[in-house]
Design a protein around this ligand. Sequence first.
Ligand SMILES: C[S@@+](CC[C@H](N)C(=O)[O-])C[C@H]1O[C@@H](n2cnc3c(N)ncnc32)[C@H](O)[C@@H]1O
Length: 157
Amino acid sequence: MNEAPLYSQNNILQRHDALHVLKHYAKLVKWKYDVEERVLDVGCGDGNVTADILLPFLPENVEKIVGIDISNEMVEFANKYHSNEKVKFIQGDISAKELIDEVDEEFDHIFSFFCLHWIQNQRMDSDQSANAQDRKSNGKKREIPIQVIADKYYSIQ
Ligand SMILES: C[S@@+](CC[C@H](N)C(=O)[O-])C[C@H]1O[C@@H](n2cnc3c(N)ncnc32)[C@H](O)[C@@H]1O
C-alpha cells in the first residue's frame, strides 16, 4: 500500500468509518484537559484521516499529533498535504523491535485506523504502544483508553 495519491482518492470508506467511530467513541477517551497531551496515529497512511478527521475531535490541550507509517511514500504525501503546526508524519514500522527515536518519546493517546490487521506481529505492536505510554508515566502502569479505536470497533459493537 504505497501509492499515496491513489489511496487518497479511494479511501472514502476509511474516512466515513473513522468519522462514524469517532462520533460514537471519542467522548470515552480520558483526556487530561489541564496538561498538554500528545497523540500518536499508527498507520496514518496519506494523513487525511489524521489531520482532517481525527484532529477536530481532539481537545485544545493536545499540543502534538504524530502520524507514523511504514510507507515512505505515504509519509511524504502526508507531510506535503496534511501537516501543520500541530500535526507531523514520520516513517517507521510499529512492529519493529526498537521503536525509532521519535516514537520512543512519549504519547498519551494512541489511535489507529484500518492498520493493525496489516501487522503480523500484533503482540509486539501492542506491547510497544503500551511502552510508549508507560514512558510518559515514568514506568507506572497506566490505563490505556481507546487508542485503537477503529480497529477495535467491530469487536465492541
Ligand atoms: C488501510 S491504510 C489506513 C490509513 C489511514 N489510517 C486511514 O484510515 O486512511 C493502512 C496503513 O497502515 C500502514 N502500515 C502497515 N503496516 C505498518 C507497520 N508495521 N507500521 C506502520 N504502518 C504500517 C500502511 O503503510 C498503510 O498506510
